[in-house]
Design a protein around this ligand. Structure first.
Ligand code: 13P
Length: 248
């Protein structure tokens, strides 16, 4: 049985004090549940939020990571820095980073390997644009993204990776992929993992859906057999919405 994982991606929202106040109110959500709950917060808030989450079962995630441990990379944050804070997860290759910050399949792969080497679990994002979906090249795009992101990643390491399918046209738009379409793509991704590794790991790897997940569609999405969780932007910023999502 794959453990469901609901992760909030705050993106560039909430100041440090707003973030701390927010987790104070939701930190019980990881208790008495089979669901793994994660909050991925801005770099500057990680330390304060970590302290607030000390006695809670909620995991902490960063929204990016650099692949080098240190060096002349102005403005970047290394895995050593994140590890010292006690970060559990790092989102890697979010479409917003690919689109606005020139993240490529190659840098995604480097970040995945570096993150694994430092014992931080990657949440690796893939997804197609609307044009790619309409011209039937979505699967090809996803295949390339998955193959390149996981280049030289061992089966053992694969056990520590979470994949997230986030169709770009569904992010922040209020449009969700239908739960059947999302499941179809996620099952396709699972098959890619089976082809690259084996049946065992393909059954074990957790794959989330992301893109306008809200309290009113989360149950349907989570009822799909291949969807193991959600990576949530907007609705993860509100206490009541996030609570409903975690309790899908
Ligand atoms: P929304 O839930 O706001 O559509 O964002 C999805 C997302 O990009 C999560 O990483």
């Amino acid at each position: 049985m794959r453990r469901p994982i609901i992760a909030g991606n705050w993106k560039m929202n909430k100041t440090i004090s707003e973030g701390v106040d927010f987790v104070k109110e939701i930190k019980h959500l990881g208790d008495n549940t089979d669901v793994e709950v994660v909050v991925c917060v801005p770099f500057v808030s990680l330390l304060s939020v970590k302290k607030e989450l000390e006695a809670s079962n909620i995991k902490l995630g960063a929204q990016n990571i650099h692949f080098e441990e240190n060096g002349a990379y102005t403005g970047e944050i290394s895995p050593l820095m994140l590890k010292e804070i006690g970060v559990d997860y790092a989102i890697i290759g979010h479409s917003e980073r690919r689109e606005y910050f020139n993240e490529t399949n190659e840098t995604v792969n480097k970040k995945v390997k570096s993150s694994l080497a430092h014992d931080i679990k990657p949440i690796v994002c893939v997804g197609e644009t609307l044009e790619e979906r309409e011209d039937n090249s979505a699967k090809e795009k996803i295949k390339t993204q998955i193959t390149k992101a996981l280049e030289d990643v061992s089966k053992d390491d694969m056990k520590n990776i979470v994949l997230a399918y986030e169709p770009i046209w569904a992010i922040g738009t209020g449009k969700t992929a239908s739960s059947e379409d999302a499941n179809e793509m996620i099952s396709y991704i699972r098959n890619l993992i089976r082809d690259k590794y084996d049946e065992e790991i393909s059954e074990e790897v957790r794959i989330q859906y992301g893109g306008s997940v809200k309290p009113n569609n989360v149950t349907e999405i989570m009822n799909e057999p291949d969807i193991d969780g959600a990576l949530v932007g907007g609705a993860s910023l509100k206490k009541d919405d996030f609570t409903e999502l975690v309790r899908f």
